[in-house]
Ligand binder design. Structure first.
Ligand SMILES: CC(C)(COP(=O)(O)OP(=O)(O)OC[C@H]1O[C@@H](n2cnc3c(N)ncnc32)[C@H](O)[C@@H]1OP(=O)(O)O)[C@@H](O)C(=O)NCCC(=O)NCCS
Length: 406
């Protein structure tokens, strides 16, 4: 008899599943008050769990449906996988594998073409067809050296919002800005209480500042400051740590950086998971004031319906390529696809390149190169000339970026 069985989570079982997730992620136990705040963001829908013989959850795989922007600007329905864990005394006996299979089959049956997640470790999700499709960088800007070029605009203004104003106004601002960059996910109503509202109304000292340009409010930043001073080094000042920052235009974005670098008694400005192509050094007279301290995988994507996903995005200019895709979990995706600037269709033509669905996922939003995946043996090259064509078709000038934690 199996030690566990996997099924959809029923109403009333959510809190036990969230507690299991938090325990597995080494968070502190949750108070009743904390649960009440989280509950709207943690519905039963979209969750599969593994239960033991006493109906106690020992594994959880949670998701909610949202939209993801793909190259060309289309927003595609996407299952955002937002909580995965197996109880520490039940790991490595196939619970995650069974939950992932149930979740993927459910997405496929519902016609959801994409899934996406943030991974706690880089070695877990490739086997389930996910590939690291966007990356982010951590930056540390040394404020004393960070002088802006004269040409950086000064026309915008920045003002703080109170926590209550932020809760009320920022979701609408985000909806206006989000969308054009590949990798962005829409934040559904239920996302805000658990992530944003808790952050800005909590006791961690987060501030929310909004930038206004000629057409009104066009950017916001959420940050906290961390005092670095002690008796030996009173000159250290504070670290200004950006939690999130989104802007409708490059000018609004530069205006927010002007503001962040102007805050007194701050010795450095830091941001994690910033877009790979965020041009901070270009704003400054001394590009060495910017240190990139980390580059890390950001959004992992899974093509649940390969044809629908490939058809939804646009491509660069090159002759078409024929890709042969291998998908162990969802075999309906197996087969050959001709991909070109005019569109995508299934084909019986010979393959130019062969690759597994996780490798395709890592290239899907425009990050990386077929050439590099071929070097690693992750793309089998049948026709060598097709590698450069595939890169010209898939790679995007603008780096894909998610910018939302879930
Ligand atoms: C990661 C986690 C969910 C894996 O669950 P699990 O039930 O042990 O996974 P499975 O038994 O189904 O393992 C499937 C395969 O993945 C491998 N694997 C799973 N987790 C792994 C890890 N953290 N590192 C390396 N390999 C891992 C297993 O060895 C197994 O490999 P095999 O098929 O070659 O035998 C579980 O360890 C966990 O909850 N960790 C803490 C919370 C966490 O990291 N959650 C993920 C948040 S994104």
């Amino acid at each position: 008899m199996s030690e566990f069985h996997v099924r959809a989570v029923a109403e009333g079982e959510q809190r036990a599943c969230l507690e299991l997730l938090q325990q597995s992620l080494h968070s502190r136990p949750m108070s009743d008050e904390a649960w009440e705040k989280m509950a709207p963001s943690w519905p039963a829908a979209g969750k599969f769990a593994a239960f033991d013989d006493h109906a106690t959850p020992v594994g959880i795989a949670s998701s909610f449906d949202t939209e993801l922007t793909v190259p060309g600007g289309r927003k595609l329905v996407t299952s955002a996988v937002d909580g995965v864990a197996v109880r520490a005394d039940r790991t490595r006996r196939g619970i995650l594998t069974t939950m992932m299979a149930a979740q993927l089959e459910d997405m496929a049956a519902r016609g959801v073409p994409l899934a996406a997640l943030h991974a706690s470790e880089g070695v877990i999700y490739g086997r389930f067809g996910y590939g690291a499709a966007t990356y982010g960088k951590s930056v540390l800007v040394e404020r004393p050296r960070a002088e802006l070029h004269d040409g950086v605009g000064r026309e915008g203004t920045v003002r703080f919002l109170t926590p209550a104003e932020a809760v009320e106004r920022v979701p609408a601002l985000y909806r206006r800005f989000a969308g054009e960059r590949p990798g962005f996910v829409a934040r559904p109503e239920m996302w805000w209480p658990g992530f944003f509202d808790r952050l800005v109304t909590g006791d961690m000292g987060y501030r929310v500042a909004v930038h206004s340009g000629p057409d009104g409010e066009d950017g916001f930043v959420v940050y906290q400051t961390i005092d670095l001073r002690d008796r030996q080094a009173p000159e250290r000042g504070a670290l200004l740590d950006i939690r999130e920052m989104h802007a409708a235009t490059p000018r609004a974005w530069a205006g927010l950086w002007r503001f962040l670098l102007s805050v007194d008694l701050v010795s450095a400005v830091a941001g994690r998971g910033r877009p790979m192509d965020e041009p901070i050094a270009e704003l400054l007279t001394d590009p060495r004031a910017v240190n990139t301290t980390e580059v890390i995988d950001d959004l992992w994507v899974r093509l649940v319906d390969v044809l629908a996903a490939l058809t939804a995005r646009t491509y660069g200019t090159a002759e078409p390529v024929v890709l042969e895709v291998l998908d162990r979990q969802l075999p309906d995706n197996n087969g050959r696809y001709v991909v070109g600037p005019k569109g995508v269709e299934r084909t019986t033509a010979d393959a130019d390149l062969r690759l597994a669905v996780d490798t395709l996922a890592s290239l899907y939003l425009g990050h990386g190169f077929f050439e590099h995946q071929a070097l690693a043996g992750r793309v089998e090259v049948v026709d060598a000339a097709a590698v450069a064509r595939a890169d010209a078709l898939f790679h995007t000038a603008r780096a894909p970026w998610c910018g939302t934690f879930f």
